[in-house]
Design a protein around this ligand. Structure first.
Ligand code: AMP
Length: 138
């Protein structure tokens, strides 16, 4: 089930473009256009649920394997110092898009990134290049 007024549902329906890195029948992964670090990706279920508290268990379970696949590709493509998998629920956790999603967040040594990072638009050409590199390892 998708809804009309959700940016991620629009991306799933290809009404809004994205830098796609992976897709299967139940999940879509694409680059975050406000990357906290280079290679920052999002993995979303093709089902509209706002958050962890409301996503059906089978959709949640299916998304975990997709996160692992994408995280593995990011690690191989970019060899970051580490990877955080972040998942926000509610405004106090800085959730800005109310469609359940995982952040796959490459970490640099001493990058100083804090849990609730601010949204800063990235360089779209650089993001497109990173998307292709990550895709190459899926
Ligand atoms: P959160 O703030 O945890 O809800 O994460 C939502 C993420 O979606 C943010 O990091 C945004 O930068 C990202 N985002 C919002 N709109 C788009 C879009 N059209 N394409 C890619 N990423 C997006």
């Amino acid at each position: 089930m998708l809804v009309d007024d959700c940016i991620f549902c629009k991306i799933i329906r290809t009404e809004v473009p994205c830098f796609k890195v992976y897709e299967n029948d139940r999940n879509l992964a694409f680059m975050d256009i406000n990357p906290a670090n280079p290679g920052h990706c999002l993995v979303i279920p093709k089902f509209h649920a706002a958050d962890l508290l409301t996503i059906p268990d089978d959709w949640l379970a299916g998304s975990v394997a997709a996160v692992k696949l994408v995280a593995t590709a990011v690690q191989k493509a970019l060899a970051p110092h580490g990877l955080n998998i972040v998942q926000a629920n509610g405004p106090g956790a800085a959730q800005s898009v109310m469609h359940f999603h995982w952040h796959v967040l490459p970490r640099g040594e001493d990058d100083g990134l804090r849990l609730n990072w601010g949204l800063q638009p990235g360089d779209m050409d650089a993001i497109a290049i990173l998307a292709k590199r990550i895709q190459g390892f899926i």
